[in-house]
Ligand binder design. Structure first.
Ligand SMILES: Nc1nc2c(ncn2[C@@H]2O[C@H](COP(=O)(O)OP(=O)(O)OP(=O)(O)O)[C@@H](O)[C@H]2O)c(=O)[nH]1
Ligand SMILES: [Mg+2]
Length: 283
């Protein structure tokens, strides 16, 4: 049986840690067990219980003090140090988590980590090697959906993470509670390239039309660029997002097989598909 993981990524302040906390609360209320791992060496305050913490390996304050680095250079140093210690430190820490365990990795927000620095790719490759089914969960602040030009830049950043990591990828539009008119973002959830192009051309000078067309086509070609809205005040919204991610890493499906394997009294195995196995980890 694999272990499962969500890798929570996205720009600074997009709501990654808040999502982790709300997901934790939600799972507690439905009796499901998840473990949240802090991968941000600069983080100081946590609303969720931290199951495992990169700061036990290295902390940003120490690096900045000892190596006289600034906050961003220091963070890159910390993440590269983690990369060098995956096989020793991290694999040992993860030994406590066994088949079917579900981990959520709360990552730092430096966009460099998702564009060109290979640390997260190496990290994900190690998780896969250790038999984790991993999904990247890319958080984008819903203010990006207030304007088509911002939206395109958000899509490009998400796409670059997607092609870099090459794992199942779910995009989330966060902070929906802050939007006065939610229906205005509908067109950005599952974007239509022609509408995007029209909006871009309306807003930008005519000389950008060719570039706009190329960008809209890129979003269209990667038809996986779509977003799920997340309103953390709404349990159903959290459950909706969680179900999509579970589906992407086949969490429910493997749990279903486990029911079939374990319960000899269930009768016809075909009937097992009718059982609700959503809370298989309850105890
Ligand atoms: N209203 C509202 N505020 C939110 C939501 N999500 C996050 N915030 C706020 O946005 C700010 C940043 O949220 P974080 O969860 O720390 O964002 P982050 O992506 O973890 O940030 P970094 O780790 O610094 O990259 C905090 O003040 C949160 O309270 C949301 O869904 N609704
Ligand atoms: Mg955070």
């Amino acid at each position: 049986m694999p272990r499962y993981a969500q890798l929570i990524i996205g720009p600074a302040g997009s709501g990654k840690s808040t999502y982790c906390n709300n997901l934790y609360q939600h799972c507690q209320s439905v009796g499901r067990v998840i473990h949240i791992v802090n991968l941000d060496p600069a983080a100081e305050h946590f609303e969720y219980p931290v199951a495992l913490d990169i700061r036990e390996l290295i902390s940003l304050d120490d690096v900045m003090d000892e190596l006289k680095l600034g906050p961003n250079g220091g963070l890159v140093y910390c993440m590269e140090y983690l990369e060098d210690n995956l096989d020793d430190w991290l694999s040992e820490q993860l030994e406590d988590y066994i088949d079917d365990d579900y981990l959520v990795f709360d990552c730092p927000g430096q966009i460099e980590l998702y564009s060109h620095i290979p640390v997260l790719r190496t990290f994900v490759d190690h998780l896969k090697k250790w038999d984790f089914a991993v999904c990247a969960v890319y958080m984008l602040d819903s203010q990006f959906a207030s304007d088509v030009t911002k939206y395109i830049s958000g899509c490009m950043a998400s796409l670059s993470a997607m092609v870099q990591l090459e794992i199942p990828h779910v995009n989330i539009l966060t902070k929906m509670d802050l939007l006065p008119n939610k229906s205005k973002v509908d067109k950005f959830l599952d974007p239509d390239a022609r509408l995007l192009l029209g909006d871009l051309n309306d807003q930008m000078a005519p000389r950008f039309q060719k570039l706009n067309k190329a960008l809209a086509e890129l979003v269209d070609d990667y038809s996986m660029v779509s977003f799920l809205p997340l309103d953390i005040r709404d349990e159903e919204s959290i459950q909706f997002v969680l179900s999509h991610i579970d589906n992407a890493i086949q969490f429910g499906e493997d749990a279903e097989v486990k029911v079939k394997d374990y319960d000899a009294d269930m009768g016809d195995p075909e009937d097992a598909e009718n059982f609700d196995v959503g809370n298989i980890d309850d105890d």
